[in-house]
Design a protein around this ligand. Structure first.
Ligand code: AMP
Ligand code: MG
Length: 356
């Protein structure tokens, strides 16, 4: 009799414990996080600015900061979309020669792009858009324009004719802007600053492969970032950085194969109107500011190895890793210690570019 009573008591106790656990789980909000050695990790993924954006941030402020970061990216996208009729870029490109008032961010980015266009002697050319359209890159229906068509369009490609006065922009009729080469880098800077302001000390942002590292990894060590091999799906190397941007440009990213069997890439040499073919397969730029990295990765790709080397020797406010069409690797001395070859490329020789 006693045994039976104990048995019933045991079953009842178990039932109460289970009911308690179920009640607890149903009434406790489980945060969508992974706990990493005591540091909370939050991630957000969005498609914006024509690309796939992923953001991972750590610590107690990460979740709310990422919510704000997503909102900020959406706002920047609304300003710089070439197709959205409400965007600043759309208004500028349809201004019919009249001055157009734009947001501070648009004016700031344009001022930067014009400055970089001047420094790179027009290798970065923010008014290249009509040529991009002629090649069909903007509508996704690629074609090979005739030499005459390109020469005609190039008459309206000249950053020197863009007039920026405070927040007023005036373009000559027929000229059109495109922030494709600098917008993602600039957005990376804006988001990194926002995360830091909101107390985040460790985060990694990837805007279509443009990497912006906020601080170091939560354990205090550098982020190890893979560099894509332009000739395969794998990596050719790894760079270890903290609080830096790493941006790569290459014609392997977006291209089409014409009816003539030739590959045509999306980075245009503004001096010819044709996709840049100056012997490089990819250019990665490493510096604190994402916008500088983004502008330079595109411009140095257009320049080719020799001019890019001269440019680096003149400015030296960034590091670069170049892969040539012959799969040779060149890098500047400042990044040498932070670079290592991927095991798949261990036999490749690395050429170091020095100061002179
Ligand atoms: P990125 O991926 O940063 O190298 O930028 C390439 C994008 O910038 C292209 O898809 C075009 O929208 C635009 N673009 C192409 N060639 C140039 C150029 N020489 N200068 C500035 N923007 C360019
Ligand atoms: Mg760029």
């Amino acid at each position: 009799m006693d045994r039976k009573r104990w048995y019933i008591c045991g079953i009842t106790a178990l039932f109460i414990v289970f009911a308690g656990i179920i009640f607890y789980l149903n009434n406790t909000e489980l945060p969508i996080t992974n706990t990493l050695k005591g540091t909370e990790e939050f991630s957000a993924e969005i498609i914006a600015m024509d690309t796939y954006i992923t953001m991972t941030a750590y610590g107690e402020y990460a979740e709310s900061a990422l919510t704000d970061a997503q909102e900020k990216i959406r706002k920047l996208e609304q300003l710089w979309s070439v197709t959205d009729e409400r965007s600043d870029i759309y208004s500028i490109n349809h201004g019919n020669g009249q001055a157009v008032e734009v947001s501070d961010e648009t004016a700031d980015l344009l001022a930067f792009a014009l400055d970089m266009a001047a420094k790179t002697d027009g290798a970065l050319e923010p008014t290249i858009y009509p040529v991009m359209t002629a090649w069909g890159f903007t509508a996704g229906q690629n074609r090979i324009p005739s030499e005459d068509e390109l020469q005609y369009l190039l008459q309206n490609v000249d950053y020197k004719k863009v007039h920026l006065n405070g927040s007023e922009i005036t373009l000559p009729v027929g000229m059109q802007l495109d922030f494709g080469a600098v917008g993602k880098g600039y957005a990376g800077d804006v988001v990194a600053a926002l995360l830091k302001e909101e107390g985040v000390t460790s985060a990694l942002l990837s805007l279509g492969g443009n990497i912006q590292a906020v601080g170091s990894k939560p354990d205090g060590t550098d982020w190890r970032l893979g560099l894509r091999d332009p000739f395969s799906e794998g990596l050719f190397g790894i760079v270890s950085v903290s609080d830096m941007a790493v941006v790569t440009s290459g014609n392997y990213e977006r291209y089409f194969v014409g009816e003539d069997g030739v590959k045509y890439g999306h980075i245009i040499d503004p001096s010819t109107g044709y996709p840049a073919e100056n012997g490089l397969a990819s250019v990665s730029v490493i510096a604190a500011e994402g916008k500088l990295c983004d502008a330079l990765a595109t411009a140095l790709f257009v320049m080719g190895l020799e001019k890019a080397t001269d440019f680096w020797r003149q400015y030296q406010n960034f590091d670069m890793i170049l892969v040539t069409e012959e799969a040779e690797i060149y890098l500047t001395e400042g990044i040498k210690e932070r670079f290592s070859l991927d095991s798949s490329h261990s036999s490749v020789s690395v050429n170091v570019i020095t100061d002179g």
